[in-house]
Design a protein around this ligand. Sequence first.
Ligand SMILES: Nc1ncnc2c1ncn2[C@@H]1O[C@H](COP(=O)(O)OP(=O)(O)O)[C@@H](O)[C@H]1O
Ligand SMILES: [Mg+2]
Length: 269
Amino acid sequence: MQNYASEDRYIKELDPKKHEIALSTEDLHVFYGTSEAIHGVSLPFERFKITALIGASGSGKSTYLRSLNRMNDNIEGTRVDGKIMYRDIDINGKGVNVYEMRKHIGMVFQRPNPFSKSIYDNITFAPKRNGIKNKKVLDELVETTLKQAALWDQVKDQLDQSALALSGGQQQRLCIARAIAMKPDILLLDEPASALDPISTSTVEDTLLSLKDHYTIIIVTHNMQQAGRISDYTAFFHLGNVLEYDITSNVFQRPKIQATEDYVSGRFG
Ligand SMILES: Nc1ncnc2c1ncn2[C@@H]1O[C@H](COP(=O)(O)OP(=O)(O)O)[C@@H](O)[C@H]1O
Ligand SMILES: [Mg+2]
């Protein structure tokens, strides 16, 4: 199957101005044992934009996303071949300090997973481990990240209370705040709203839209409306390939191939 996204003409065609690419993959393959789950995907992720990864269940969205900050390293028997370019460095290469790299490329998971600690400690845990000890600096970090995650007004008087007492939507926004407390460039999110009710989903979406000014966001979603509402670019995954990549309105309104049209119009998947 032709991998349309591997042609870098896409980047040039979308806008005559130069688009800055924050992260990209080149011919990325992911294997679980001998089974190949991603068959050579090349995609650019533009800085300060939201890119949605869509496609049916099992099409490889999570596998691909996890590879972007080497989360697949944690899965026994997994092999990732190809380049993942970040600031002229192939972060899939040997000698990369994965721990350092993940400070730049953070991740938020499908189910909110706050630590069983206070709201304050959830946000300051990693920064403290990275040597930030000054209470005033930590206080400011808690306030700014909670504001960016649209949670500050709701929790500012209960920062010492357990994060587990928050609602699902609040927990997920706390996880977003925790991720951005490390001041990453890039935020990876795997279906961050799939476990949430519609109102919480909408607040998480608003949060992501407001974060776009500071972060490059890559989000897996199986929710077509969500992709349409928040993303600038969309990549359509099918059986471990990217069949189509374009600005979101084109993917949804003028898909180039039948498989995309079938998927976005709900005929399969
Ligand atoms: N840990 C794993 N071990 C073996 N196979 C896996 C693992 N995770 C996912 N897969 C397989 O890889 C393919 C892609 O899965 P996944 O990335 O989870 O797709 P999606 O996120 O689009 O639903 C599927 O065939 C799935 O069964
Ligand atoms: Mg998945």
